[in-house]
Design a protein around this ligand. Structure first.
Ligand SMILES: Nc1ncnc2c1ncn2[C@@H]1O[C@H](COP(=O)(O)OP(=O)(O)OP(=O)(O)O)[C@@H](O)[C@H]1O
Length: 778
């Protein structure tokens, strides 16, 4: 049995002699060990840089490509030659798959939140409401919304003082958010001011301090070390608001169900204020003398190391595809495209790992299109024409994006069509589109694909034509949240097919279960060089550890600094759950930042519009749940902020990967509470460094408190419940229910609430939190 599982591996290295060395030296170690062990041993033996590490069998047979590829220079290794090693060696792939706990949230779209916030600019409430007829009767004025908030404000710690003040939206950019060397002083404003003064003295401009270093542009700083942790979320029911996989459709979202609210339709007043806010000059920059500080270029610093030297026209790609590629502006292949294309073109199953934003989508689409173009053309009168390529994506945005990329490449293939089927849109419309348009390529989210399999006549038959099955974000799709759906999909397509699995992260446990989709002789092509991180070197990564009650102020201060620093700012703020996302979006909106929000509680039409807007915009902050964590290709994102515990290491990497795409620069900031610091051990191998927490100046603190008091009580209640659910499902935090409730109540206080919101007994029961002191029930 063991021998059966032994498989060959191949090293695609910059030097054939190195490869030969490796091949001979590696053999002994790899035979004895599983392939999971082989890599570290190898890296110890050969610390030099590997271009690709391909595990599993076979030399290349696409001679044309091999010939071309073998003569190219590798970027970063002047004069070096690329050569795909032909040495075949055995390596074990044994190891039982870790038992992953089923953990994905029910994220169906039937609860559509149509509430809008006028701070969020162009998308009007009407646009939201027009979506699918699910809109609530809107038309409330901002005034009535405020009245409502005030009526509900009884439990709000901040609202008393706020009520007495008039809103001051124009003066919404306090100038004194600063850096401190140490932790924030928790003992009141005076001391914070003192702290701020001392920071200015010590690390402010005169003392050599610099916002840039604070915001993580310090590259190549010390790596933090620590032990890697188990990363699995554990409990089911408490995941009710986790928001990354809306197509999973597995669990009823009790929390959000109970917290749905009416929409507030607000006037355009704040749009104007928003514009004013964005255009104003930032006094504190002058105060800090930042203008005279050396600035990193906003983003022109761009590395082309993601590109290879191989041009698409050097490979056996059809002329029509080549024309499409040219039109798309692609000339050279990216490294992952160069590594995978020849292998896929000769029909191999491939599991490919390549860093975020390096062109994996084209890497699987292009050879898939070639398969279609070589297949006999479909008779127009055919009732159930086969679907030849099936691409599965975990989120709707990603599916839309992959289909758009496919359509670019298909521009000169008039007879080949790509359709997309995703949740949140009308099934009948998709059925019609698939019937009336060419649909040899279908991009789908798992839940909607299942819908079609069950409800679309003839669809199952069409799936029997599949020649290529692609799982984008494969590790995620093979994780337990999607596993059953994926198994059904695999059962619905022919056994005789080619399967392609792509992701920026391939944890070992996923490698081990990938055999459920892949043939035994598949190739694992890893373009992340051994010894290098899975994240991009040009993306500065920092983390801040501060008590929960500082998080909102810190977030605001960080964003203000970033905005002041880069007029072309484009920021993603990741939150733990959909309802927390809404809370943060509402808060930042009240603070007059130019924000949009996206999560599974928004209607699909709204999500699509916001996504498109953010893609094209600059000067915008997108507050998002994990629906934007993977795959979404927003160009020129300058900063990614992750607030609170990422679900797992991989999620951290994918979220961070929304910046620094295509070799561009970027920044990432992770904001944790002290009890969330354990997460850092899971990213110990990444170049993430600790940043000092800036003191919150009193003005910022006041503004944030005031803004919080204006956020609706309902939103806070939902956020509290969702927060509780999210952390309850975290193995570490959720283990001690008493502590969990204490922390949740800390979160509640951070929203300005004196008393934690009451939660329905039923929900608490499902979360396993009945009778835990500190919880209020209703
Ligand atoms: N050969 C190429 N040359 C230049 N740009 C390319 C090339 N191939 C793809 N791109 C572009 O690179 C960008 C990133 O590609 P893509 O979204 O496929 O990255 P990815 O590796 O799938 O990222 P993620 O891991 O985040 O999903 C896209 O805008 C895509 O159009």
């Amino acid at each position: 049995m063991h021998a059966k599982l032994l498989s060959q591996f191949r090293v695609l290295n910059a030097s054939s002699s190195f490869t030969a060395h490796f091949s001979s030296m590696k053999l002994g170690a790899s035979i004895k060990t599983s392939n999971s062990m082989a890599v570290p041993i190898f890296s110890r033996v050969f610390p030099f840089r590997l271009k690709y590490l391909g595990l599993q069998s076979q030399s290349l047979r696409n001679e044309q490509c091999v010939r071309k590829l073998s003569t190219r220079s590798f970027p970063g290794r002047p004069g070096s030659r690329s050569e795909f090693s032909r040495g075949n060696r055995d390596i074990s792939v044994v190891g039982s798959s870790k038992s992953l706990i089923e953990d994905e949230a029910e994220l169906s779209n039937w609860v559509d939140d149509l509430r809008t916030d006028s701070h969020r600019g162009r998308l009007t409430s009407e646009e939201e409401e027009s979506d699918g007829g699910r809109g609530r009767s809107g038309g409330k004025s901002r005034g009535s919304s405020l009245m409502k908030k005030r009526r509900e404000g009884g439990a709000d710690r901040f609202s008393e003082s706020t009520r007495r003040r008039t809103r001051d939206p124009v003066d919404s950019f306090p100038r004194n958010s600063r850096i401190s060397r140490g932790l924030l002083n928790d003992d009141g404003e005076e001391e914070e001011e003192e702290d701020f003064r001392s920071w200015r003295k010590n690390v402010g401009p005169r003392g050599g301090g610099n916002m840039k270093s604070y915001l993580g542009k310090r590259k190549g700083e010390d790596l933090r070390k620590g032990g890697r942790e188990s990363r699995r979320r554990s409990q089911l029911i408490s995941e009710d608001d986790v928001d990354e996989d809306e197509e999973s459709n597995k669990f009823v979202d009790v929390g959000d169900l109970l917290s749905e609210e009416d929409s507030d339709v607000e006037g355009s007043e704040d749009d104007d204020l928003l514009k004013k806010g964005r255009n104003r000059s930032f006094g504190f920059e002058k105060e800090l003398n930042m203008s005279s500080m050396p600035r990193d270029s906003p983003s022109p610093g761009r590395s082309d190391s993601y590109l290879s030297e191989t041009r698409f026209d050097q490979c056996s790609i059809s002329p029509l595809s080549l024309k499409g590629i040219k039109d798309a502006g692609f000339e050279k292949m990216t490294v992952v495209q160069e590594a995978t294309l020849p292998v896929i073109l000769r029909g191999k199953d491939v599991l490919a790992k390549a860093k975020t934003g390096t062109g994996k989508t084209v890497a699987f689409l292009l050879p898939s299109i070639e398969v279609v173009s070589k297949s006999p053309s479909i008779d127009r009168d055919q009732k159930r024409p086969p679907i030849l390529v099936l691409v599965i994506c975990p989120t709707r945005e990603l599916a839309i994006q992959a289909a758009a990329e496919a359509n670019k490449l298909l521009r000169y293939h008039p007879t080949i069509g790509c359709q997309v089927v995703i949740g949140g849109t009308r099934l009948a419309l998709e059925q019609k589109r698939m019937q009336t348009n060419p649909c040899q390529i279908l991009v789908a989210t798992p839940g909607r694909l299942r819908d079609h399999t069950e409800n679309t006549p003839g669809f199952a038959t069409r799936l029997m034509g599949v020649k290529v099955l692609v799982l984008d974000e494969a590790d995620h799709l093979l994780d337990m949240g999607f596993r059953k759906d994926i198994e059904k999909i695999i059962a619905a397509v022919p056994k005789q097919r080619q399967t392609l699995l792509f992701s920026a992260t391939v944890p070992e446990e996923v490698r081990q279960i990938s055999h459920i989709a892949l043939r035994r002789d598949h190739e694992f092509i890893n373009t992340v060089q051994e010894g290098s991180e899975e994240t991009h070197a040009q993306v500065g990564q920092t983390y801040l550890v501060a008590p929960l009650d500082k998080h909102f102020s810190l977030l605001y201060a960080l964003l203000k600094e970033h905005i002041a620093d880069d007029v072309d700012y484009k920021v993603l703020v990741f939150c733990t759950t959909a309802m927390v996302t809404r809370l943060v979006a509402d808060l930042l909106g009240e603070l007059n930042l130019n924000i949009r929000e996206i999560h599974s509680r928004k209607s699909q039409s709204y999500r699509t519009k916001v996504s498109e807007e953010f893609r094209k915009s600059k000067g915008l902050i997108l507050v998002t749940s994990d629906v934007s964590a993977r795959g979404v290709d927003y160009p020129d994102v300058t900063l990614v902020v992750q607030v609170g515990l990422p679900a797992e290491r991989e999620q951290y990497i994918h979220r961070l990967g929304r910046t620094g795409r295509k070799g561009k620069e970027g920044q990432g900031i992770l904001l944790l509470a002290p009890w969330e610091e354990f997460f850092l051990s899971t990213v110990k191998d990444l170049p993430i460094t600790k940043a000092p927490v800036p003191p919150i100046d009193p003005d910022t603190k006041r503004k944030v408190e005031k803004a919080l008091s204006l956020v609706e009580m309902k939103t806070k209640e939902s956020a509290y419940q969702a927060w509780l659910g999210y952390y309850n499902s975290n193995k570490k935090v959720g283990r001690d229910k008493y502590r969990l409730v204490e922390l949740a109540n800390e979160f509640s206080r951070s929203m300005g609430l004196d008393n934690p919101p009451a939660i329905p007994k039923l929900v608490l029961g499902k979360m396993g939190l009945r009778n835990i002191p500190g919880l209020r029930t209703k």
